[in-house]
Design a binder for this molecule. Structure first.
Ligand SMILES: C[S@@+](CC[C@H](N)C(=O)[O-])C[C@H]1O[C@@H](n2cnc3c(N)ncnc32)[C@H](O)[C@@H]1O
Length: 254
């Protein structure tokens, strides 16, 4: 599935950039191309490139960490045999879907991403992982999309490595949360800074409110999501909880 002969050159320790600014060089037949990790359209277009950079070089382990935490918490609630109907939001090229398929009995896994290149990469590299994969923008109110998603009767929402940093905005995450049924498992990770008093992304305020009103948290786990290009650990929180009811807040606008 993955091309093993990719030639990638990485910057050294001097690359002390914010995560969404980090870059590497891909050697192509036309020379060397500088690509930012967050240029997902380009990264997904090259088979195996996302896996090489994020999983091999930068040692990201989040799909496994979140899957294991979900399993642990389901077992603690005596629900380990409940078949999952999962909305994988910000699904990218399907690594999380694959991990969930390996770990759980699933009735359905549906991917949602905002870019068509992600869906194309799934069809190319991980066909059969998702029961359906939608390229939609959930930050927009759209009744057709809402109905389409609700018809899956999701009992689990999973979002890995996709909140903040100009990726999924708070409005879109709230809309995804409101798409899954009450009682659903809700599993996501977020950079620790965005879930603290230092946050300027809007996530901290939204999550604090959501946890007060609509989300019962079972586990908040601080861990290394991946290394930076300079080799330093980047810490995230992994959250596992259950949705109690739909969430709305006047602080979150369209
Ligand atoms: C770092 S990747 C993570 C992909 C996958 N969850 C994983 O862990 O391998 C972030 C993903 O979020 C997607 N994304 C960014 N903004 C989004 C939005 N508003 N709605 C849905 N997906 C979004 C990107 O296209 C990208 O595929």
């Amino acid at each position: 599935m993955h091309s093993c002969n990719l030639q990638v050159k990485y910057p050294g320790r001097e690359c002390m950039l914010e995560q969404d600014e980090e870059w590497f060089h891909l050697m192509t037949k036309d020379g060397q191309e500088c690509i930012r990790i967050h240029e997902y359209e380009r990264v997904y277009d090259v088979p195996g490139l996302y896996e090489e950079v994020v999983y091999n070089k930068l040692q990201c382990d989040s799909p496994q960490v979140l899957t294991a935490l979900l399993k642990e918490n389901m077992e603690a609630q005596g629900e380990e045999t409940t078949p999952l109907r999962v909305l994988d939001f910000g699904a990218g090229n399907g690594i999380v879907g694959e991990c969930l398929q390996d770990a759980f009995e699933t009735e359905a896994i549906v991917g949602v991403d905002i870019i068509k290149e992600a869906k194309r990469a799934v069809e190319r590299d991980r066909p059969g992982i998702y029961d359906n994969y939608y390229v939609i923008d959930l930050s927009q109110e759209d009744n057709r999309n809402k109905k389409k998603l609700e018809s899956w009767n999701f009992n689990t929402l999973v979002t890995v490595a996709a909140l903040g940093f100009g990726d999924i905005p708070t409005r879109a995450f709230v809309n995804a949360f409101n798409t899954v049924s009450n009682g659903s498992w809700v599993v996501f990770n977020i950079k620790d800074r965005f879930f603290s008093g230092d946050d300027d992304s809007g996530y901290n305020q939204m999550l604090q409110e959501m946890i007060g009103k609509s989300l019962k948290v079972y586990k908040k786990h601080h861990y290394c999501h991946r290394l930076s290009m300079a080799g330093d650990p980047l810490h995230y929180y992994a959250i596992v909880g259950r949705k109690e009811n739909d969430f709305e807040s006047p602080a979150i606008s369209y």
